[in-house]
Write a protein that binds this ligand. Structure first.
Ligand SMILES: [Ca+2]
Length: 400
């Protein structure tokens, strides 16, 4: 438990420092579910990726091949960028500093990858990380890892947690009875989202990355064609790029499939479409709950008029919809696929954060929040079973 929980806590701390560093005077958004308390913010400012994210002692009595994250020297490039900006440097100058730092970390992680391969030719090099916690994820023998641990550029080696995929729930359960149901329409009333919409807080100008089982951007809830044919076309290109005309970029600004063909994170593709057809896609459900436009009873995309959800007077107006709007219906989405379609879990939670951090530091794509709704983490080590007790969610506001 210790290694997994420490690692998860450190990962969250890395994300929090981005919030603290980059949020600046940002206002709270409807979908930023966990605003920082001042105390947490002060503590998180101290974490910049150079502090150890956990103990490596477990390697002493481990055996076989293990999936691990090797934390290296270098520090978080995104934190560096934010600090430089806070000191008054322009975004481009700060980004330049971050790029230099990331490049130096890359040299280190490349050297470690070479060393791991030389010590264990059967090792799998998964992914490296420069913008969050610097390091590299690998699967290698304990003997090789024990040698790598001695390097001066290695801070620690922690087990890579593997998260299970949560089960999708009925998004709009028309069969439910009583005053409280699982209907999105009811939920928007319960959490007083409709009141927020009336005050013009509808998620406009906010981009939310959803790292999950994928995103069916062909769904009418996201302004897609909403047809089986469109979905089938997207699935046919699952290992490539999103086919033209199937993604409404007014709602979905982009996406990536980090899981790729084998879940290592080193063979991503640009199409985050989920390929399972059992209607249990969790990522699409989550994305819809966050920022879906809603779907009319005839299957077309819902629009209250000029995309202005302040026109929704009360929940009864949404009750006839096939799918009610998400809680921040004017927010945009970025889909990140970190689960495969076989339910085998993922070791890519940190990779998704790194991806978003890298986009923030190196491109003009604006992502404000990353959501990872994951089920229990299990260390991949086979000698002991380690489980976190409960499902948890990590909404991460990365920048404003
Ligand atoms: Ca894909």
């Amino acid at each position: 438990m210790k290694n997994v929980s420490t690692w998860v806590a450190a990962t969250a701390a890395a994300a929090l420092v981005m919030v603290g560093s980059l949020a600046g005077g940002a206002t709270a958004h409807a979908v930023s579910a966990q605003p920082l308390k001042p105390k947490e913010s002060a503590q998180s400012q101290d974490f910049d990726g150079t502090q150890s994210v956990g103990e490596a002692d477990w390697l002493d009595d481990a055996s076989g091949r293990q999936s691990v994250f090797i934390q290296t020297t270098g520090g978080s490039a995104l934190v560096t960028m934010a600090r430089q900006q806070n000191k008054g440097l322009s975004k481009s100058a700060a980004a330049s500093r971050a790029k230099t730092q990331a490049a130096a970390t890359q040299v280190t992680t490349d050297a470690i990858a070479d060393k791991v391969r030389s010590l264990d030719p059967g090792a799998t090099i998964m992914y490296d990380s420069q913008h969050t916690v610097p390091g590299i994820a690998v699967r290698a023998t304990v003997g090789a890892l024990q040698k790598v641990r001695q390097r001066s550029d290695v801070i620690t080696i922690v087990e890579l947690p593997r998260y299970a995929e949560p089960t999708a729930e009925a998004a709009d359960d028309k069969s439910a009875t009583g005053t409280v149901t699982t209907s999105n329409a009811q939920t928007s009333d319960l959490v007083r989202a409709i009141e927020a919409w009336k005050q013009k807080n509808q998620g406009q100008d906010v981009v939310v990355a959803v790292a999950d089982s994928g995103l069916d951007y062909t769904h009418a809830d996201f302004g897609g064609p909403g047809t089986t044919a469109a979905y089938d076309s997207a699935v046919a290109a699952a290992k490539g790029s999103v086919p033209t005309g199937l993604m409404n970029t007014e709602k979905v600004v982009g996406g990536i499939d980090l899981y790729g063909t084998d879940g290592t994170g080193n063979n991503p593709d640009n199409n985050p479409i989920p390929t399972r057809k059992d209607n249990t896609d969790h990522g699409t459900h989550v994305a819809g709950s966050i920022a879906g436009w809603g779907v009319n009873s005839n299957g077309s995309t819902y629009d209250p008029g000029s995309r202005d959800y302040s026109r929704v007077s009360d929940a009864s107006q949404l009750s006839s919809l096939k799918v009610a709007p998400g809680m921040a219906p004017r927010a945009k989405l970025y889909g990140i696929k970190i689960f495969g379609d076989d339910g085998s879990g993922t070791g890519l939670a940190m990779k998704a954060m790194e991806h978003v951090a890298k986009i923030t530091a190196t491109t003009n794509i604006k992502i404000d929040i990353e959501n990872e709704s994951l089920a229990g983490a299990t260390a991949t080590r086979t000698t002991t079973t380690k489980k976190r007790p409960s499902r948890h969610s990590m909404p991460l506001e990365l920048s404003r």
